[in-house]
Design a binder for this molecule. Structure first.
Ligand SMILES: O=C(O)CCC(=O)C(=O)O
Ligand SMILES: [Fe+2]
Length: 221
């Protein structure tokens, strides 16, 4: 299903697989390692980098996310595999819940493509919103057409990382997603791309020292 030009949704995981991943995250959350871990991006107050969750190394190994994203990008985007030469990916779980994070501001991802899979959505609201087109600077919320998508459990959304997007306020319940930022190898012929390679090196270093968890935020999935 096409949400807009450059963002596609497909069914991906079964309900029981989504449940197993959520349960693994819940168990992880009770561990000391989870309390001591840093947050996986600069926007969320709840989240875990998947490579730090022991049980997920079996359920959702990095090799699976790597081949899955490569194949999906190859199938869904023009230029597909030729235009996308994976160098790395950064994957994490993110949760919204009333009393904690309930929305995500308009932003671009530090990725070439982003895979976003909904594992649990028991709430009202929490729609994903995309602004039409790709943009280097600020979003023009008043001028650009926006596309709203209700994320369904087990479905993935794959979109270009430079699309402006946000998550509307969740009014009840809970929403848990897995997000995979896909980073492509820069093209040797494009100097701008090599600047991006430096950017990604910095990004990956930063992701290892991102923000500490806020004190007082309940950490139960
Ligand atoms: O929760 C979502 O659906 C979007 C998450 C997102 O955009 C992000 O983590 O960069
Ligand atoms: Fe995002």
């Amino acid at each position: 299903m096409r949400i807009c030009d450059g963002a596609f949704a497909l069914p991906l995981f079964s309900p029981s697989f989504c449940r197993r991943v959520c349960e693994a995250l819940e168990r992880h959350e009770t561990t000391e390692a989870a309390a001591a871990s840093t947050l996986p991006n600069g926007l969320t107050n709840y989240g875990y980098t998947l490579s730090q969750v022991d049980e997920l190394q079996q359920l959702l190994p990095s090799s699976l996310l790597h081949s899955l994203t490569e194949d999906l990008i190859g199938c869904l985007f023009d230029g597909g595999k030729e235009g996308y030469d994976p160098i790395d990916h950064h994957s994490y779980a993110i949760r919204y819940r009333v009393g904690e994070d309930t929305n995500l501001k308009m932003h671009q991802d530090d990725s070439d493509y982003t895979l976003n899979v909904c594992l649990r959505n028991t709430g009202r609201g929490g729609h994903l919103v995309f602004l039409e087109g790709r943009h280097d600077d600020t979003p023009r919320v008043d001028h650009q057409a926006s596309h709203s998508y209700v994320h369904r459990e087990g479905w993935e959304v794959l979109h270009r990382g430079d699309f402006w997007h946000s998550v509307r306020t969740l009014n009840a319940g809970e929403r848990v997603n897995i997000v995979v930022w896909c980073l492509s190898r820069p093209s040797p012929s494009d100097p701008a791309d090599w600047r991006r390679a430096g950017f990604y090196a910095d990004l990956l270093a930063d992701l290892h020292r991102v923000r500490q968890r806020p004190r007082g935020v309940t950490q139960n999935v």
